[in-house]
Design a protein around this ligand. Sequence first.
Ligand code: AMP
Ligand code: MG
Length: 269
Amino acid sequence: MHLAKLLVQPGSKLDLSVHDPRDLAGAPPDKPTRLRKLSEISAEIEALQDKLYAGQRHKVLIVLQGMDTAGKDGTIRHVFSAVNPLAVRAKGFRAPAGEEISYDYLWRVHRQVPRRGEIVIFNRSHYEDVLVVRVNGLIDASECARRLRQIREFERMLAETGTTIVKFFLNISREEQGRRLQNRIDDPAKQWKFDPTDLEARSHWNDYMDAYTTALAETSASWAPWYVIPSDSKSTRNLLVSAVLRDQLSALHLEYPQSKLDFKFFRIE
Ligand code: AMP
Ligand code: MG
């Protein structure tokens, strides 16, 4: 698969309009093959995660962002279906409330970062503080620029202290979002997911794309890369996210810890 072309090159200009939400990026064109490939990669991720957990050394943070219906929940469900729940945690971020408001915007985020041996998936994240907050005019351009610098430095600190960070922008088209929202209205099993405020965000689509463009371009770094994942097809999205994650985990060269015990002294009677 052509994963490198999904990477937002650090320091380069980003044009989201050249990222086609229907692109296969080298994924198999037929769905059954994609699903088979996904289950192969899931098994690889499970094996890698077992070593990550056993080693209790590396920390892995995955950030999922995207417009409503882009599939953040579905990605978590499918990509992490095989991993050991003891060592993976998903954390969703909604609008800050209660004591969260009393602190800086990174406070609640920092408290949720992975510990050694753990994978944490952020379903939305500190990026909302330069996306929805910016689009809704709660901060101006100069405050947004300051936050982008702070986020860069925050993520750099996490990386320098042993955290592998991978960030995914699930890129759906406005048309596909329209179909999925309509489906939430029509399908009684999906109506619980429908939130009328999603329509408000949809009406500012271009502002969101501009905010995403700035955020991704300014914060994609070698220690915290952004990948733009074509997400109009769910199975393609799941496969591409899995493949990137598998590659990132492989690059850690994980091994089971070597025991210091001399096993010739042990015999089970
Ligand atoms: P959902 O992910 O669909 O459950 O919705 C969560 C909502 O919380 C979305 O509408 C987000 O835009 C909103 N949200 C998340 N983080 C923030 C934030 N830091 N400030 C304001 N709104 C936020
Ligand atoms: Mg929602």
